[in-house]
Design a protein around this ligand. Structure first.
Ligand code: SF4
Length: 293
């Protein structure tokens, strides 16, 4: 079997930075003896989380209520998805050291939402309302602003229709989750423009996401089947899987080599693409197994 790797693999800048900051913080706390927590999973990859845990970095999974958690002298790492200003304020008031690993691209979206909402724009956020990045970004909107999350063009049409009925002259802007696919974002924009032709469309999709998706599309033209290496909880990994599924070629998501479907060993050429939070070691392990190692 021939295994072909996608032209874009490995951690993206935001994930690499977050992991490096966590490792640095664990080294600092080893001297002081203070605990280090991440506010939610630092990245959506179980192997990386296990490795961070072995360095003393604990994942704080339930972040919905932090009032009963003792935080004095702890370090709390804010992950690449960021958190809302109100959650950050609460942490700051509890005596912990905050290490902000919010990806600079997510930070730019957060600040843009703040700016636009203060300028009186009604905002549409394209993405998954339950995703931590969208929750962090929406927290930056001015409290009085119209700000709604739409997952697809149908939802965008309904939201635009309802805003139009109450405020047909609204100034509107669209921002998206950094990992949304360009096609989905364009479709959402078109749906809103039918009601608000002057919609301001912000370029919030991360270039790293686009490049990874483009590289996968190229890879799909060269292989019989494709493995998407990455965590099941990772939004950008799931988007890659959706792109592979649209191609009609056999595809599978694998968190490790144990997830490679048996029939994949019968193909002549298998491609490997990977999410932005998939470490090189996992990609190498999957490649080795496919090659009979
Ligand atoms: S995919 Fe882009 S926006 Fe998301 S963490 Fe990586 S660099 Fe940042």
């Amino acid at each position: 079997m021939e295994v072909i790797l996608s032209g874009v693999l490995g951690f993206c800048m935001g994930v690499r930075r977050a992991v490096e900051l966590a490792v640095e913080e664990s080294q600092r706390s080893a001297d002081s003896g203070f605990p280090v927590y991440t506010f939610g999973s630092l990245i959506h990859n179980p192997k990386v989380l296990a490795s961070l845990k072995s360095c003393g970095v604990e994942t704080w999974q339930d972040t919905s209520d932090i009032s009963s958690v003792k935080l004095e002298n702890c370090s709390v790492i804010i992950r690449a998805h960021g958190i809302s200003p109100s959650a950050e304020k609460e942490l700051a008031g509890r005596g912990c050291r905050i290490v902000d690993a919010t990806c600079p691209k997510v930070k730019a979206s957060q600040l843009r939402v703040k700016e636009l909402s203060q300028e009186g724009y009604s905002l549409f956020l394209a993405g998954d309302a339950e995703h931590a990045e969208i929750k962090s970004i929406i927290g930056y909107a001015d409290a009085s602003a119209f700000c709604t999350v739409v997952a697809n063009a149908d939802e965008a049409k309904n939201a635009a229709d309802s805003l139009y009925k109450t405020n047909s002259g609204a100034k509107t802007a669209l921002l998206g989750q950094t990992t949304i696919s360009q096609d989905e974002y364009d479709n959402i924009g078109e749906a809103i423009k039918k009601y608000f032709p002057n919609l301001k469309i912000e370029k919030t999709i991360c270039a790293a996401t686009n490049e990874r998706q483009k590289a996968l599309r190229e890879l799909l033209t060269k292989v019989d089947a494709v493995i998407i290496a990455g965590g099941r909880e990772s939004a950008n990994t799931r988007h890659l899987l959706a792109i592979a599924q649209e191609s009609g070629k056999p595809c599978a998501l694998a968190e490790s080599s144990a997830d490679i479907p048996e029939n994949f060993y019968t193909y002549k050429t298998v491609g490997i693409s990977a999410g932005a939070s998939t470490p090189d070691s996992v990609i190498a392990e999957i490649e080795k197994r496919l090659c009979g190692g």
